[in-house]
Ligand binder design. Structure first.
Ligand SMILES: [Zn+2]
Ligand SMILES: [Zn+2]
Length: 399
């Protein structure tokens, strides 16, 4: 192959690219099982560096292609359009690539580090973006600082360094960007056809951090039997936050009432009589009888009972609340979820009736037990059975 200094002889660019392809083919043909796996680390480092160099070379060529309208002969109107068409780039990527290539002349240190494969395209684009944001305020020593940082940091951390630098040189622009990010905030909460809710949204940095901090406080390390995925645990934490707000009674009134979840359910459904209709949760679609039993079990959510015959609300809002004194005794006795191996504190729990009050179970302490939401769900919807063991421990048997 060629080296610098005129030994490339009669090789054209195209031949060189074909040669590069051929070398990659040779690498691809190598049987990796025959290599000691620890030797692959050096390969990965080398290939990453070469990948960076290839990106830098593409950028160098793109600059000339763009400046001298190399794309025009194909009928494309801009280099960006050509890149989208011929290289399948998205519009945003194509225009960023062109922007970065145009800036390389004014960023000699960045270009050098990029062409030697020391920094990636992502790093280069971040430095170029910071330079164009700062304009005249971007001084040579700023470039030196960022290139040095780029050699050491991943792009995510380099981005923070770029933002800090920008804040030093141009605090007003930094503030304007923060305001723009704030304007982009939104939240969609929509219900899909099959009844689940979907959340979509953007929060600005501060809003996202507040939510993250609140969720983290509800996400203690998972218990040994916690089979939920991290994303399921996060979803549960968000719902838990909403439930605590509703239970805490500190939310503003709606229509003259404290907001609360309302379940409309017939007694026949609650006592699981055959042929009974599904219960309805306000804002949601019909829910299974067992879910209604769980919700009505504790009554921190207000059920509305319907007459079995008339299908009209005849009892009004009925709160079958456990008397406060008994509730206090239950909290003292159980001190949190009683499910084996669970350590959720009282604030995370519901009062469960071992024999449901709809099946004539009593409100006596012996029939009550604190369960966290997850274990309460497990008992009702997933069919675990609870009983008291000889030593007074709660025994939970799988379905
Ligand atoms: Zn229950
Ligand atoms: Zn529990």
């Amino acid at each position: 192959m060629c080296s610098e200094g005129g030994e490339r002889g009669s090789w054209t660019s195209q031949q060189l690219v074909i040669e590069l392809d051929r070398i990659l083919d040779l690498l691809g043909e190598e049987d990796l099982h025959l290599l000691p796996s620890e030797s692959l680390g050096d390969d990965l480092k080398g290939l990453t560096r070469i990948g960076n160099r290839i990106d830098a070379e593409a950028s160098r060529r793109l600059h000339r292609f763009d400046k001298d309208q190399g794309y025009a002969a194909s009928g494309a109107l801009t280099a960006q359009a050509w890149l989208r068409w011929q290289c399948n780039f998205t519009a945003a990527t194509a225009s960023e690539r062109v922007q970065v290539s145009r800036q390389m002349d004014s960023l000699p240190e960045t270009e050098k580090a990029f062409s030697q494969g020391e920094i990636s395209y992502r790093h280069t684009a971040l430095i170029a973006r910071t330079a164009s944001q700062l304009g005249d305020k971007f001084e040579a020593h700023a470039e030196t600082i960022l290139v040095r940082a780029a050699r050491e940091l991943d792009p995510w951390r380099l981005k923070r360094a770029c933002m800090s630098l920008r804040h030093c040189f141009e605090p007003d622009g930094f503030l304007a960007d923060a305001n723009e990010a704030h304007q982009r905030r939104f939240l969609h909460l929509s219900q899909t056809f099959d009844g689940v809710f979907r959340i979509d949204g953007w929060l600005d940095g501060e809003g996202g951090a507040a939510l993250q901090t609140a969720l983290d406080s509800l996400l203690s390390p998972p218990a040994a039997d916690d089979e939920r995925t991290p994303r399921q645990r996060r979803a549960d934490a968000l719902v838990e936050m909403a439930r605590r707000q509703l239970d805490g009674g500190e939310l503003p009134q709606v229509g003259g009432q404290k907001p609360h979840l309302m379940v409309t359910v017939e007694m026949a459904t609650l006592s699981k009589q055959p042929g009974s209709t599904a219960a309805e949760l306000e804002w949601a679609q019909p829910i299974p009888a067992e879910s209604a039993r769980r919700i009505a079990c504790d009554c921190s959510i207000t059920p509305v009972f319907c007459g079995a015959e008339s299908h009209q609300v005849d009892a009004g809002r009925t709160r079958r609340a456990i008397p406060p004194a008994r509730m206090r005794a239950l909290l003292v006795r159980d001190k949190g979820c009683r499910f084996q191996s669970c350590d959720r504190p009282p604030a995370w729990t519901d009062a469960h009736h071992i024999i449901h009050w709809a099946d004539a179970g009593s409100d006596e302490l012996a029939n009550l037990v604190l369960l966290c939401r997850r274990h309460h769900y497990r008992v009702h919807e997933e069919g675990w059975r609870l009983s008291w063991g000889a030593d007074g421990e709660l025994v939970a048997a799988p379905p």
